[in-house]
Design a protein around this ligand. Structure first.
Ligand code: ATP
Length: 223
């Protein structure tokens, strides 16, 4: 369960100016729910994602994730929380082009110090699941857009996170790749993950497997 309670987030632009990115939001997301955050540029979508991931702290209010008050976590605990519970899918994949597919996918496991056998088991299971095993030794820069997308998603899942956060996941994709992403999203949803997608891509607004579409404007929930 993810709970945002009376959350306000101000950013200091300079000494005399602040921007209120999120204004007194209340939101509860149940385990296994797929939520789409919709809203114009600047409406506060990314800010909400970063508060849930404990990448930033609210100015007021509390963020509670699975009974943990993540809005109060010191930095080292916040990064542990992210590593263990959250899978990120970014719009530009954030892959390292000169590393191979398997090296990229293994990156989130580095801090865990698993033995080689265990790491290899996890690696092969996500590569198989996201159909990229045949390219495991290829350098990422030589892959097609669709293949890179599968690497990014495999990497986000290697820790088996309970929560998936996707910020504008289709922003740089053509129609075919966007539709492919939707197929993967459906698979993730059926494996009972809690998923939060921030987007203004209309493709997400007609999906029958999305539980709720939450519309934001000027840092407030309007629908
Ligand atoms: N680090 C920051 N410093 C100052 N202002 C910020 C910062 N981050 C966000 N903002 C401001 O907060 C508001 C909300 O931004 P946010 O990135 O959450 O919007 P968004 O809905 O995700 O937009 P987009 O769709 O363009 O990504 C905007 O006015 C933005 O300029």
């Amino acid at each position: 369960m993810i709970e945002l309670k009376n959350i306000t987030k101000d950013f200091e632009v300079n000494k005399n100016n602040t921007v209120r990115a999120v204004n007194n939001i209340n939101l509860s997301i149940k385990e296994g729910e797929l939520i789409v955050l919709k809203g114009a540029s600047g409406s506060g979508k990314s800010t909400i994602l970063s508060l849930i991931a404990s990448l930033s702290k609210p100015t007021k209010g509390e963020v509670i994730v699975n009974n943990k008050r993540v809005s109060k976590l010191p930095d080292n605990f916040a990064s542990m929380y992210r590593r263990e519970e959250i899978g990120f899918i970014f719009q530009k994949y954030n892959l390292i082009p000169t590393l191979s597919v398997k090296e990229n996918i293994l990156l989130p496991l580095i801090p865990k110090n698993l033995c080689e056998e265990e790491a290899s088991k996890l690696l092969h299971s996500v590569m198989k699941k996201f159909k990229i095993e045949h390219k495991s030794d290829a350098m990422v820069k030589n892959l097609s857009g669709g293949e890179q997308q599968r690497v990014a998603i495999a990497r986000s899942q290697i820790n088996n996170p309970k929560i998936i956060i996707a910020d504008e996941p289709t922003a740089n994709l053509d129609k075919e790749l966007s539709e492919h992403f939707i197929t993967i999203l459906k698979e993730l949803k059926s494996s009972d993950k809690t998923i939060i997608v921030a987007t203004h891509d209309p493709l997400f607004f007609e999906l029958d497997f999305v539980d709720r579409i939450i519309e934001l404007a000027n840092g407030e929930i309007i629908k």
